[in-house]
Design a protein around this ligand. Structure first.
Ligand code: ZN
Length: 145
């Protein structure tokens, strides 16, 4: 096993066993995500101030890849603007679909190997697809000003 392979497994297991930003945010925007092909479930909570993600938490259950990807995502998007978060999401999905990893992805680049595990692509992207659905509902909501 190469160094990167073992680092990848270590990071996934670490986030799976000790998920970051796990929990709920009362009254916040929330969105459910499902990956029926694997049985992964996710609920994402986003506290948005103006156009910035002030806080983000998630709950859910499923395979290690789906849950660790969600945990890593919350770290990557917390404090970012909606536009920046969508940009990270696009780059992550590109990478998982086999394109070269963007440097801005940081630790998320370690998940690049999943692009070769076809059955797990939906596990890795579940959190990101759920995020995009949630942010879409923000864009479509009437603005109060
Ligand atoms: Zn899964």
């Amino acid at each position: 096993m190469s160094f990167l392979d073992s680092l990848y497994k270590e990071i996934i297991l670490d986030h799976y066993k000790n998920p970051r930003n796990r929990g709920e945010i009362a009254g916040a925007l929330h969105q459910e995500g499902l990956n029926p092909s694997c049985g992964d479930e996710l609920e994402l909570f986003l506290a948005i101030d103006e156009d910035r993600i002030e806080d983000v938490k998630f709950t859910g259950e499923g395979c290690a890849i789906s849950q660790s990807s969600a945990s890593m995502m919350t770290q990557a998007i917390k404090g970012k603007t909606l536009k920046e978060a969508l940009e990270i999401s696009r780059k992550f999905k590109d990478m998982i679909q086999g394109k070269p990893a963007a440097e801005e992805l940081g630790d998320l680049q370690l998940l690049q190997g999943i692009s070769k595990l076809h059955a797990r692509v939906k596990c890795a992207t579940l959190a990101w697809v759920t995020l995009e659905q949630a942010l879409k509902s923000v864009e479509e909501a009437p603005k109060i000003s």
